[in-house]
Design a protein around this ligand. Structure first.
Ligand code: FAD
Ligand code: NAP
Length: 910
């Protein structure tokens, strides 16, 4: 198709610039396409052997994203064509014209940021603008910037084939037109593919049928009519109170109740406008905020760290705020900790009960099947109160399933209803629906639908391997629907524009993510979701609303800010994980942008922001004080049945211990625990949260025994004390509530090395019998030159210099091969108790753990090595803060149960 615009062609300078001072690996030095025969070669305007496509960029969709792309691309001189299925612009705001439709993000936040002058010719009338007002705004922007001329309306893109030889896309529309384009950008929206009505018999219905997602352009008048609404997501919850005002009778068919908060809509407040005085700063803050709205940051306060009274006040404040994001960030752990979530959910359920008069209707409206915030909550105006009107009725279709639509209405299992109109507010095939509706064929004819059959895989939510030059705006694996989408759309479009510029400057005409980068990002997206409660809800975020759709968490829940940092980092590291190619060859700096667990990353960022001096630069007393100070605000860990503090006889005097007893009836097996702290720091209670967690998970008594510390007491004081503690616990097991013979050891860090050493001593000294050893990130060799010490020397919490400082305080160089310090140096490891060894990926001590596990295994000791991916040394000890450590602690507890079960005699077991 000939392009009628007079824009410059996609510029491609003759040579690329390889030397950008970054680590670059060349994937292919030879352009694989140079082997083509001469007669296949075509000449483009830049004088290379590639054909000139009709346009540089095809954009699909003319909603907010398509309009912004049209603005940016046209101004940058690209030849573009925008295709839009509708007959006008607006996307979401074109289609969803149902009564009550409006934004749930403040209007001044949900708008384009590229026109700082907007107030000269535009004014929002309300805090939450209505659909007509937003559509008017989008038309105003389109007209002001003359964007319509790039758009072909009433045209749906149906196919797109990648032509590898020509390095371009062949895009085909429903009108049979083919356009060639170097790039395709899918601005097709996350919520633009409506779900079909999944009820039988709809074609029989003689009355009016409406879908909120494709509402007529003419006003619909329900006055005096009997109306059914099916669906109680945001669209239903917004439309039901408005429809109720007109209808004679309204029956709402609810499958799943949703949490909804009062919108408290009203005129735009002067305070809000005042925040925009410095517009550029305000928009920049939005781009670097958690959800794309400035001043609404993620909380870092755990729920149960504050009093019940304070919590209730906080919940009330959120309820009264009229701000959706405020309700999602009440406390740091609401989306993570089921107990925290339950408490906030119960607060909202109590609000529902207090508003709705009929107790049964109130009960039906109270969501109990999903954690609050894990399905999209709603903002409403009078939603719950609407059910107090005598002409409004709620039908719980879980109890009374819809059988069919009849000629006159709807039959449930036990009742027939007559209606004049049925409104479907039943939602969308979200995030992937509109993308998958286009038949994309990438390299080697692979269909995108097939590639994504088990769920979408993307790099940054922007691109996917095997489909070069294809970009998704707010695609799966990006913050998209969890954010203020206006901000996320601009961030993506800006990134794409920068990328096109980079390709042009570098002489490349194709870009594609590597498999490594894509797999790494997909893993990261899942890691983020897995530490939350999101996967537990049957939401459209999980694809659960569409029959047969793979159950995968679709957006990225790490936040707009962290996400933007990843995108920026990819660019700064020479488009890390992207292969770029052109007539002159290709270039690729392969790798994974986020390898740490997301919660670990957050903890490290917060720690770095404190800018603390390194401990090894301090006097020991100061380092101990700082250590105690750092531990104090950590979440306390779970409640146990009983905690008892006492003293036991150490090798050279009394030692403090703390005993953690499970709440279950005893007696229990006992684990003697040795704390971390590099022989210098910590005490019997410094790993309190970890000991509590282990006690609850493994249902064992934990005795955390102190030992003497360096530099006051050097080697072998610590291990001598540990051995004494082990003996004392073994001798006093019945008195402690333990089961004789059911004794294991556990230790973290230096304590892990001590635990390993006492197992060897107990073996060599004829007792006590230890049935298992749990070695958490143990120090086993004293060698600080291994690869893990080099790779993780700094930046991951525990540093190599600090480890050296610990060792220097504790032990002379000459003693460092003594197995009581370095259990890995033992000549014989056979006959030791079965072990579980945890090694964290980003830990100087990683190789110590791995080497000891390998040596135990080689010596015939049953050994489980847990390689904790993306973890740091502290991942296991920061209970309830580093949630990604929980599965490792669970594995550890399972191992303990196994150790004890394997040695339990039948009499003991009974
Ligand atoms: P869309 O607006 O969905 O536009 C995509 C366009 O692509 C559509 O016009 C569609 O017709 C077209 N299209 C799709 N496939 C093809 C094809 N194959 N060929 C041609 N054209 C195609 N987000 C918020 O952040 N805050 C809110 O308050 C908010 N409220 C919402 C209310 C409703 C009722 C809905 C449904 C969504 C809401 N959203 C909200 C999400 C909303 O979708 C985004 O904020 C935003 O409007 C998306 O813009 P977009 O341009 O990416 O996609
Ligand atoms: P939705 O949240 O998916 O809600 C659809 C509703 O229909 C759900 O209650 C669903 O029940 C029900 N449903 C679906 N199929 C059904 C069936 N066959 N029988 C009975 N019930 C059925 O869709 P939506 O309300 O259109 O909202 C989608 C998203 O768009 C929102 O989450 C939000 O992101 C955005 N939105 C925002 C606003 C706003 O306030 N600005 C307004 C509208 C939409 P189940 O839960 O059991 O599946």
């Amino acid at each position: 198709m000939a392009d009628d615009s007079k824009q410059a062609t996609f510029e491609r300078p003759a040579r690329r610039n390889d030397a950008e001072g970054v680590e670059v690996k060349y994937c292919r030095t030879q352009d694989s396409r140079s082997a083509r025969s001469d007669d296949q070669r075509m000449t483009d305007t830049a004088g290379t052997d590639r054909p000139t496509p009709d346009v540089d960029v095809v954009v699909v969709g003319a909603g907010i994203a398509g309009l912004y792309l049209a603005y940016r691309l046209s101004r940058a001189g690209y030849r573009l064509r925008v295709f839009e299925a509708a007959d006008d612009i607006g996307g979401t705001w074109y289609w969803n014209r149902y009564p009550g439709a409006r934004v749930d993000v403040p209007s001044v936040d949900y708008m384009f940021s590229f026109d700082p002058d907007w107030r000269r010719d535009w004014q929002w009338t309300e805090k939450y603008a209505t659909q007509p007002e937003i559509l008017r705004y989008l038309n105003h922007v389109a007209d002001k910037h003359d964007l319509r001329r790039h758009i072909t309306f009433s045209t749906r893109v149906q196919h797109a084939d990648w032509d590898d030889d020509a390095s371009l896309w062949r895009v085909r529309t429903d009108g049979g037109v083919e356009v060639t384009s170097r790039f395709v950008v899918m601005a097709t929206g996350c919520l633009s593919m409506p779900k079909p009505a999944e009820v039988d018999g709809l074609e029989r219905f003689a009355g009016e049928v409406y879908f909120t997602s494709a509402w007529p352009h003419e006003p619909v008048d329900f006055t005096g009519k009997r109306v059914a609404v099916i669906g109680t997501g945001s669209s239903g919850i917004q439309s039901i109170p408005v429809i109720a005002q007109q209808a004679r009778e309204l029956v709402v068919f609810q499958r799943t109740p949703n949490f909804s908060f009062p919108a408290l809509n009203g005129p735009l407040s002067p305070e809000k406008l005042a925040q925009l005085t410095s517009e550029a700063e305000y928009r920049a803050a939005a781009r670097m905020s958690f959800g794309g709205i400035p001043m609404m940051e993620r909380s870092i306060i755990p729920t149960f760290s504050v009093s019940e009274t304070e919590r209730q006040q906080r919940y009330e404040h959120a309820w009264q705020s009229g701000l959706l994001f405020e309700t999602l960030t009440v406390y740091a752990d609401v989306g993570i900790n089921p107990a925290a979530n339950h408490e906030f959910a119960e607060f909202v359920r109590n609000k529902i009960r207090s508003i709705v008069d009929d107790p049964q209707t109130a009960a039906d409206l109270c969501p109990t099947d999903h954690p609050i915030g894990m399905k999209r909550p709603c903002l409403d105006t009078n939603y719950y109160a609407t059910y107090n009107s005598p002409h409004v009725r709620l039908v719980n279709v879980r109890k009374h399933p819809i059988r069919q639509v009849t000629e006159t209405g709807i039959d449930t299992a036990d009742e027939s209803f007559s209606f004049d109109a049925i409104v479907f507010a039943t939602g969308f095939d979200a995030v992937t629906g509109a993308i998958s509706a286009v038949d994309f064929r990438g390299r080697n004819g692979v269909a995108l639908k097939d590639k994504w059959a088990n769920g979408p895989q993307t790099y940054l939510g922007l691109t996917t391997t095997g489909f070069p030059n294809l970009f998704f705006i707010t695609g799966p694996g990006s913050p998209s629907v969890l954010s203020n989408m206006a901000v996320s759309i601009e961030q993506h479009a800006d990134w794409v524009l920068d990328c096109l510029g980079h390709l042009s400057t570098g002489g490349f005409d194709a870009i594609e993510p590597t498999e490594t980068a894509e797999a790494g990002w997909t893993q990261h997206v899942n890691d983020c979701a897995d530490i939350t409660l999101y996967p537990s809800a049957n939401s459209w975020y999980m694809g659960a609303n569409v029959p047969g759709k793979p159950r995968v968490f679709l957006p990225y829940c790490g936040g707009v800010d962290f996400y933007a940092l990843s995108c920026d980092e990819v660019v700064a590291r020479d488009y890390l994980g992207f292969s770029r190619s052109g007539p002159d060859g290709s270039r690729c700096n392969d790798g994974v942008v986020r390898r740490l667990q997301p919660d670990v990353e957050m903890v490290l960022m917060e720690a770095a922001a404190l800018n603390l001096p390194p401990m090894e630069s301090m006097p020991v007393a100061d380092a101990r004080a700082l250590y105690a100070q750092m531990l104090a605000p950590l979440p306390p860990g779970p409640d146990v049945g009983e905690i008892a503090d006492g003293v036991l006889p150490g090798a050279a005097g009394d030692l403090a211990y703390r005993l953690y007893r499970p709440a279950t009836p005893g007696p229990h097996p006992i684990v003697v625990y040795f704390h971390g702290g590099g022989y210098v720091l910590g005490d019997a209670i410094s790993d309190d949260p970890l000991c509590r967690d282990l006690c609850v998970r493994s249902d064992t008594i934990i005795v955390s025994a102190n030992y003497r510390h360096a530099p006051e007491h050097r080697f072998p004081a610590a291990v001598d004390d540990a051995m004494a503690a082990l003996r004392w616990v073994a001798d006093n097991a019945p008195g402690l509530g333990g089961i004789p013979g059911q004794l294991a050891v556990c230790g973290w860090s230096a304590g892990g090395g001590i635990a390993a050493a006492v197992c060897q001593l107990a073996r060599d000294m004829g007792g006590p019998v230890v049935v298992g050893q749990v070695l958490l990130m143990p120090a086993t060799s004293g060698d600080t030159t291994s690869a893990s010490y080099t790779e993780n020397a700094d930046g991951y919490g525990l540093t190599t210099p600090l480890m050296r400082w610990f060792y220097d305080h504790y032990i002379d160089a000459a003693d460092r091969s003594d197995p009581r310090f370095a259990p890995l140096s033992a000549v014989d490891l056979s006959g030791l108790p079965p072990a579980i060894v945890v090694a964290a990926e980003f830990d100087p001590l990683r190789d110590d753990g791995e080497a000891y596990a390998a040596a135990l295994d080689a010596a015939g000791v049953p050994t489980e090595l847990v390689r904790a991916r993306g973890a740091i040394h502290q991942s296991i000890s920061m209970v309830d803060l580093v949630v990604s450590g929980a599965p490792i602690r669970a594995q550890t507890a399972d191992a303990l149960r196994r150790f004890f079960a394997a040695t339990r005699t039948p009499e003991l077991a009974s």
